[in-house]
Design a protein around this ligand. Structure first.
Ligand code: ZN
Length: 412
């Protein structure tokens, strides 16, 4: 019954946010015909590259969930040792579990990570040396371990003390964590992986200020990073909330694209800011954490009941068992929610494209931009439907071109 309530609640929440937090005013268009905008011969190499990337992505889908399920299934072997090392304290046991599961998940997915790196080096799209790449992987792991330690310890204490309400408290923790990481990522996380500096091009800066005025947002914070140290692919993004918000342009974009196309990218990013996509995206995550954790709670209750755990070593052993089942079911749910997250992402990207066109009035620059992004990013304009549904954070290039064409046909 709990699981049914959770699934029903999730469906209700999705319907509500689809209604209140969705994109608006974007016309529905069919993808543009491939042959009009791309030459098949030019795409041969990109298709080869992407086939490898997609294969690795598909193989990678179930890994985290399988690792967590495996760890939970062999719990009888590791739980007594963890309880002993933690001297029976739930927070310490949870911390060890969080760090341990994170390490296992990391090791299980490391071979794929190395394969992806090698594949990207082979095709020349990754320019970063192995040592630098490994350092970034290490930093990512460090952050992951820190977060898992805190979440593991917190979850264990909540499971031990509030056997019927820990899921709700945990949903609060996860929600707060989502907003906090959106807020703090530009300050705490991004500087660990890249250097940014203010945009120096005065002509472009003036154009950006003009666009920003039209969008009604402040653009003091357009920065340029050192992406070329890692990749040849062009990109840009907006992150942060409120005062921490900033737009970052890859230096590869400024290096390889003409000013009218860079301006188009900035218009798209400003549209994300204007329409508060970071805040809305965080809200999707924070709201869905509530039914998600209720479903986790149902899975835990199904396997271990709802009785309060004692304050002795046996009690901590039960807490650990519940924690492992919670982590495994959370991993399964998060994995299955990937298409949902990308469905939301594509809607916001489509809205940013459309609004960006309204701000810049330059559909031909947008079309040339989409062609250039695809070519230089070794993209494929017509990915298989299933790949787009699972992994597509943006509309396909052909959809984006079609949107620009629709805008162009409306312009006088
Ligand atoms: Zn975007």
């Amino acid at each position: 019954m709990l699981a049914a309530v959770a699934v029903g609640g999730a469906a209700g929440a999705v319907a509500l946010m689809r209604w209140r937090l969705w994109s608006s005013g974007v016309p529905d268009v069919d993808p543009a015909p491939l042959k009009d905008w791309f030459s098949p011969a030019e795409l041969t190499r990109s298709r080869e590259y992407r086939r490898g990337i997609w294969t690795m992505a598909v193989v990678g889908i179930p890994l985290a969930a399988l690792a967590a399920i495996g760890v939970a299934l062999i719990g009888g072997r590791w739980r007594p040792g963890v309880v002993r090392i933690a001297r029976g304290r739930p927070w310490a046991a949870g911390l060890i579990f969080g760090v341990g599961l994170s390490l296992v998940t990391f090791l299980v997915s490391l071979p794929l990570g190395i394969a992806r790196y090698a594949w990207g080096r082979d095709y020349g799209i990754i320019t970063q040396g192995f040592a630098g790449w490994l350092a970034d992987v290490g930093k990512g792991l460090g952050i992951q371990l820190l977060i898992s330690a805190v979440l593991g310890a917190g979850a264990a204490v909540l499971i031990a003390r509030a056997p019927r309400l820990w899921w709700l408290a945990m949903a609060g923790v996860v929600g707060a964590f989502i907003y906090l990481s959106s807020l703090l990522s530009p300050v705490l996380i991004e500087p660990l992986f890249q250097r940014t500096e203010p945009l120096r091009d005065p002509a472009l800066s003036a154009q950006i200020l003009d666009l920003a005025k039209r969008a009604g947002v402040s653009a003091d914070d357009v920065k340029v990073n050192d992406a070329s140290a890692r990749t040849t692919a062009p990109n840009a993004y907006v992150s942060g909330l409120g005062d921490s918000r900033h737009i970052v342009l890859f230096d590869t974009l400024l290096r390889d694209f003409p000013p009218d196309q860079v301006r188009m990218v900035v218009a798209h990013e400003l549209a994300h800011v204007e329409r508060r996509h970071v805040l809305k995206g965080s809200t999707w995550g924070a709201v869905l954490a509530i039914p998600g954790l209720l479903l986790v709670f149902a899975a835990v209750g199904w396997r271990t009941g709802y009785a309060k755990a004692g304050r002795d070593a046996d009690g901590t052993n039960l807490v650990l068992r519940r924690l492992a089942i919670a982590a495994a079911s959370a991993a399964v749910i998060t994995t299955l929610a990937t298409p949902l997250a990308n469905w939301v992402s594509r809607a916001y990207e489509r809205e940013a494209d459309w609004r960006g066109l309204q701000l810049s009035h330059d559909p031909s620059a947008d079309i040339a931009l989409q062609q250039g992004l695809t070519e230089r990013g070794l993209g494929v304009p017509d990915p298989p439907e299933a790949i787009q549904v699972w992994f597509g954070t943006h509309p396909t290039s052909l959809e984006r071109i079609a949107l620009a064409l629709r805008y162009g046909s409306r312009e006088p």
